[in-house]
Design a protein around this ligand. Structure first.
Ligand code: 8YV
Length: 311
């Protein structure tokens, strides 16, 4: 059987099917990674990984027989695509199938953050209802929403926003005149005209685009929602902006150095935190896993791949 490497756990049903067709090696269970890679590395022909986890060049170098990196996700920012192409290694993703879940998470975080739902929950559980004055929250309907990245996820967020009577503006590398939404070429300009800025962009360029200046432009009544990548944000600047009132609050599913979250955020009531789980529903993760299985099978039988990434 062909040897494949899993960098992170797969849903049980997908794992069982992988095991039925391949010899599965689990990097995430290896006690001594070096010894493990010395042993199995030369035999590995396929890697199954996540969008955020990807595959470092150092690890790719340990896999001389590698033919495919099957990403269970849409982000390709954690794989060096140039190096993969140089090596003749296919890279595939699972486009389309997680769009709704990620957009739902963006709206969920937006509502949770603006309406202080987590604080309300904590107040009730602590038995403090009735004993303290409850601060009023921020209205969600009718706001100005700024979407950073009008791709599949950005569009799905925009569609949801319209049903909340929000005004949608966006920025992206190029204007999409047929979208019907208002294009703002500069992120700083978008931040200035938005009550809520939501990040739905890819992080392939690798740099932090949400800087201190962008947070200042968003302003003391503005909120940041991030369902894309933590590295899109200058995280220390965000922590400072939340602490000193430069912005009103944030809903974050992603962080610069996962699973590490700046501890300063833990004590902030104006922040809602999630452990990078926007696509983590049973239904979607199974569908993503199906695509991964199909891509492995297609690769090893020299058939056309689904969601092959080209550069
Ligand atoms: C997943 C993601 O959390 O699609 C991506 O790029 O980051 C997420 O959907 C990840 O891929 C887990 O497998």
């Amino acid at each position: 059987m062909i040897d494949i490497l899993l960098t992170q756990p797969a849903p049980a049903a997908i794992d069982a099917r992988l095991q039925a067709s391949y010899t599965v090696h689990r990097l995430y269970e290896a006690a001594d990674r070096e010894a493990f890679l010395d042993d199995v590395g030369p035999r590995i022909r396929g890697v199954v990984t996540g969008g955020a986890k990807g595959l470092s060049n150092a690890l790719m170098d340990r896999l001389p027989a590698l033919e495919i990196i099957a990403i269970s996700g849409i982000g390709t920012d954690a794989v060096d695509l140039v190096q993969a192409r140089r090596r003749g290694v296919h890279v595939t993703t699972t486009p389309g199938v997680l769009t709704d879940d990620v957009a739902d998470m963006a709206m969920g975080l937006l509502i949770m953050t603006l309406r202080d739902l987590a604080s309300g929950d904590r107040l009730v559980r602590a038995g403090r209802w009735g004993s303290v004055a409850q601060p009023l929250a921020r209205k969600v309907s009718d706001i100005h929403l700024g979407i950073v990245g009008l791709g599949r996820v950005g569009h799905a967020i925009a569609r949801r926003a319209l049903s909340f009577n929000m005004t949608v503006h966006y920025t992206d590398l190029h204007e999409q005149p047929t979208s019907g939404y208002c294009f703002v070429p500069e992120l700083i300009g978008l931040a200035r005209c938005s009550d809520v800025l939501v990040l739905a962009a890819s992080a392939d360029q690798g740099q932090a685009i949400v800087t201190e200046e962008v947070l200042q432009a968003l302003g003391p009544d503005g909120y940041l929602i991030n369902v894309a990548r933590g590295k899109l944000v200058d995280e220390p600047a965000l922590v400072a902006a939340l602490a000193n009132g430069t912005i009103a609050g944030a809903g974050l599913d992603v962080f610069a150095d996962e699973p590490h979250v700046p501890e300063a955020l833990f004590g902030m009531d104006n922040v809602v935190l999630q452990p990078h789980r926007a696509s983590a529903t049973e239904q979607t993760r199974l569908t993503m896993g199906e695509i991964v299985l199909k891509n492995l099978q297609a690769c090893f039988s020299r058939a056309p791949l689904l969601g092959a990434v080209t550069i």
